[in-house]
Design a protein around this ligand. Structure first.
Ligand code: NAD
Length: 295
């Protein structure tokens, strides 16, 4: 059993903290929302008045926050959480944020002798609840060994991508590729359907051929092909367009700072931004299919 502080109990952090309680850890939580902390208290968590109070004398501090500014605020801001931690505490930030902020917080932690790891996730709310998330970690190997012990209670695949910031880079690469193959899958299915092919049959053909990919095989965007996919449920999320647009923005920063001409990624970002601007931000990201239906 480990002593854990969990900061940020939203759609993802709430179920993740719940799984740590289920695994028998001693969990202290903090969130700006009293409703969010109350839900975890009902499941056996202790509730703290601040992130700083939650983090005193813990084996792990885990955060799941919206964006880089929140992560900077919690760890390097007024409360000075990092500076107040015991040296044996390991900090795991699971938020999806820019790689630069992850490196900055990692460097500040290193100066203080504290193990820090950026550990963004793939899998969404369902995987957070099921404890089957994939974690992409950035930090030193010793911190990774300690991190995987606790991450295993919230996820199924735990990868060490490299030093601080590398987890965020891996996440940016993955989600840019996801956006590109989702759009490509939509275009291929629509093209076949307009020529009279049954999208189910076409999906079977491409899944057994060189066009196979996750969007086609696991998360098919054509309504009616897969009963459990958001496409067959009016594109209810799932993974919202708003979050994909956020992740594509982070991916563009990664590409630019690495000097990469990512034309397909830029096009995917433009298409998802248009789709969001037309009022579809809260829909599942596979709803990009609808833009093809109407043209
Ligand atoms: P959310 O908005 O549901 O939850 C964020 C929580 O953080 C809220 O409860 C908010 O009150 C809390 N918070 C904000 N600032 C705080 C502070 N200073 N101190 C304490 N609590 C604070 O967001 P989410 O969907 O849980 O996403 C969290 C992170 O996970 C994001 O970075 C997101 O990009 C990433 N992510 C989300 C999904 C998904 O499907 N929702 C999938 C993968 C990754």
């Amino acid at each position: 059993m480990a002593r854990v502080a969990f900061i940020g109990l939203g759609n993802m952090g709430g179920p993740m903290a719940g799984n740590l309680l289920k695994a028998g850890h001693d969990v202290t939580v903090f969130d700006l929302s009293a409703q969010a902390t109350a839900a975890l208290a009902e499941r056996g968590a202790s509730v703290a008045e601040s992130a700083l109070a939650a983090s005193a004398d813990k084996d792990y501090v885990i955060s799941m926050l919206p964006a880089g500014k929140h992560v900077t605020g919690v760890y390097l801001g007024d409360e000075g959480l990092l500076a107040a931690l015991d040296a044996h505490t390991t900090v795991l930030d699971c938020s999806t944020i820019d790689a630069g902020t992850a490196r900055d917080v990692g460097a500040a932690a290193e100066k203080l002798g504290i193990g820090f790891m950026d550990a963004p996730v793939s899998g969404g709310v369902a995987a957070a609840a099921a404890g089957t998330l994939a974690f992409m970690c950035g930090g030193d190997p010793m911190t990774f060994e300690k991190a995987r012990l606790i991450l295993a209670d919230m996820g199924k695949n735990i990868f060490h991508a490299g030093p601080a910031g590398a987890g965020q880079v891996a996440k940016g690469c993955n989600n840019m590729l996801l956006a590109i193959h989702m759009i490509g899958t939509c275009e291929a299915l629509e093209m076949g359907a307009r020529h009279g092919l049954d999208p189910k049959v076409l999906s079977e053909i491409m899944s057994a051929s060189s066009g196979r990919n996750w969007s086609l095989e696991v998360y098919n965007p054509y309504p009616g092909v897969m009963d459990a996919a958001p496409a067959s449920n009016d594109y209810q999320p799932g993974f919202m367009v708003d979050l994909m647009v956020k992740d594509l923005g982070l991916a563009m920063d990664i590409a630019e700072s690495g000097g990469v001409a990512n034309r397909m990624g830029q096009l995917a970002q433009a298409l998802y931004s248009e789709h969001q601007a037309e009022g579809n931000g809260a829909m599942d990201f596979s709803s990009i299919m609808q833009r093809l239906h109407t043209r």
